[in-house]
Design a protein around this ligand. Structure first.
Ligand SMILES: [Zn+2]
Length: 365
């Protein structure tokens, strides 16, 4: 049976995604570099960040893909990576001989395995790449609404919802989204917590980046996410703080539709400590061009309610088992639409963006 990217690439959980991935790697005759996580998965299974390099060890050009930076979002990202790996030589034909394609599978394996967006430290990995040598950013807007976001009981009471809505309405939509999602470093049990030190996944990812892109001349990076924007639509969000030449290059490669959190053209917002900050430290020699490819799932209020419930459950391990199961299901549904139609959209756009990146790497910088 030929590999079908819709039926065969996407997985219902981290354990099966990892098994599928390791089988594909073996079938291609590639080496896997596994970084085992200190904790085990829900069934006692090994959790790991698994890295595969398809191409020369000393390639001048590297295309990097990353999945599961936000744990549960790995359903889509690992699915795309599995499809790309299964394409094998036919994908490599789009690349120069001195190009390596490096897939980092499940950057936050614990979050994927336990159906959470955050790491086992309750940290949003995409808010964790701040300079911990400097005073951490304050975020008073978040602190002011946290008790409403995470009320004592779940589901929230009508009074709680009304009070939260009133506070967010008063801020206006963009400031309200920033208040919740920009990243905060003072409430360890809260939402979008950036942490007070590098997480395990942060440290592993820096090592991987150094090893696989520390000497290349050009680096392209597609970081795969879900949860924001219209269902099935892959928004290409510029992922660098260099809004000059790098943004122009990203738009040449991936189209004028590439959005930016800095200009308000994206459904996302500027955040503290995105993972792409690691490029400055680990591959300063490389010309870097990158996007986040962010696939929409459910409407924003539904996604936010699911995230609030997840953090409420984290703070209330004594919660009723049926409620806990429902919260897990709702969280998964908020970041993964388990239908053929959605997977088809995700796969087609993931493949398209990958081919565009390989084409871009062939052009002069
Ligand atoms: Zn994400």
């Amino acid at each position: 049976m030929p590999f079908d990217p819709i039926a065969d690439a996407f997985s219902p959980d981290h354990a099966s995604a990892r098994q599928r991935w390791l089988a594909l790697v073996a079938a291609r005759g590639l080496a896997v570099e596994s970084h085992p996580h200190p904790l085990r998965g829900p069934a006692g299974e090994v959790l790991a960040v698994d890295v595969v390099r398809d191409g020369p060890a000393d390639a001048a050009k590297v295309l990097l893909t990353t999945s599961g930076v936000h744990g549960v979002e790995g359903h889509a990202g690992c699915g795309i990576q599995a499809g790309l790996l299964a394409l094998g030589a036919s994908l490599r034909e789009a690349a120069d001989a001195d190009t390596a394609i490096v897939h980092v599978h499940a950057v936050n394996p614990h979050g994927f395995a336990f159906t959470r967006r955050v790491t086992h430290e309750n940290v949003d990995l995409n808010r964790n790449f701040v300079d911990f040598g400097q005073p951490l950013p304050e975020h008073p807007d978040y602190a002011a609404i946290e008790s409403l976001l995470l009320p004592p009981t779940w589901p929230p009471t009508p009074d709680n919802e009304a009070a939260l809505a009133a506070r967010l309405d008063a801020m206006g939509p963009r400031r309200a989204q920033m208040a919740v999602t920009r990243g905060q470093h003072t409430r360890p049990m809260g939402l979008y917590y950036g942490g007070r030190e590098p997480t395990w996944s942060h440290r592993v990812f820096r090592e991987v980046l150094r090893r696989h892109a520390g000497t290349c001349r050009r680096l392209a990076w597609i970081d795969l996410h879900t949860g924001l924007g219209p269902a099935g639509v892959g928004e290409r969000i510029f992922a660098s703080h260099d809004a000059g030449a790098a943004l122009a290059r990203a738009r040449r490669w991936w189209g004028e539709g590439v959005t930016s959190v800095h200009t308000g053209t994206s459904t996302s917002i500027p955040m503290t400590g995105p993972i792409q900050q690691a490029v400055d430290g680990e591959c300063p020699q490389a010309e870097y061009t990158g996007i986040c490819l962010e696939f929409g799932t459910v409407p924003l209020p539904q996604m936010m309610a699911a995230l609030r419930a997840d953090h409420w459950l984290h703070a209330h391990p004594e919660a009723d088992a049926a409620l806990a199961r429902q919260i897990r299901r709702d969280l998964r549904d908020a970041f993964y639409t388990d239908t053929d139609a959605w997977k088809r959209q995700v796969w087609a756009q993931g493949l398209d963006a990958t081919r565009q990146a390989l084409h871009g790497l062939r052009q002069p910088g």
